[in-house]
Design a protein around this ligand. Structure first.
Ligand SMILES: Cc1cc2nc3c(=O)[nH]c(=O)nc-3n(C[C@H](O)[C@H](O)[C@H](O)COP(=O)(O)O)c2cc1C
Length: 163
């Protein structure tokens, strides 16, 4: 049995939706990363402040974590795209551990295609063994059922690679 940890941050639920689906398919453990001080998902100014923090590569302080990623065979890391890059809480998370040579797979959720952000995410984790990546586009509002099906296919591919 491959031991999988699904780590994610989600401000408005899209990344969470996909992360939950993927984790359930894999019987994984979950780590929902939460900054001690988060943005208000309802506020219009979230784009400005969030975008600025992401651009400045700020690493916010996180609430207490439950799992140790070192105990897992595969860590699936999910982040929303903020200002064409990964979100600050996921930057904090990844900086707290030595993920060198660890098997990781990356998911992003974005409004656009997310290509640039995924490239930056991969550059950020360049020392890890990245076995897969998948970009979702606002799955909660863009055909959630189809997003789930694509995620299921992707999970199968990941398991073929790692087993
Ligand atoms: C601060 C902020 C910055 C964003 N920047 C981008 C961006 O650069 N490109 C993009 O395609 N979507 C951008 N988005 C949209 C989100 O990536 C997208 O809605 C994503 O699905 C949200 O995931 P979540 O619901 O898990 O928080 C941004 C959203 C926020 C709040």
């Amino acid at each position: 049995m491959v031991k999988v940890l699904v780590v994610y941050y989600s401000l408005t639920g899209n990344t969470k939706f996909i992360a939950n689906h993927i984790g359930n398919e894999l019987n994984a453990d979950f780590e929902e990363v939460k900054p001690v001080k988060d943005l208000d998902p309802e506020s219009g100014s979230k784009y400005f402040w969030g975008g600025m923090k992401a651009t400045m590569k700020i690493k916010p302080k996180l609430e207490k974590l439950i799992h140790n990623p070192m105990d897992y065979d595969l860590i699936i890391i999910g982040s929303p795209v903020w200002a064409w890059t990964l979100s600050p809480p996921i930057r904090s998370y990844c900086s707290q551990f030595d993920l060198k040579d660890k098997n990781v797979a990356l998911i992003t959720s974005s409004s656009g295609d997310g290509v640039k952000a995924m490239n930056r995410f991969k550059d950020f984790l360049i020392d890890s063994n990245i076995i897969g990546e998948y970009r979702f586009q606002d799955p909660l509002t863009n055909n959630p059922e189809q997003a789930r099906e694509k995620a299921t296919e992707w999970v199968k591919e990941l398991m073929r690679i790692i087993q």
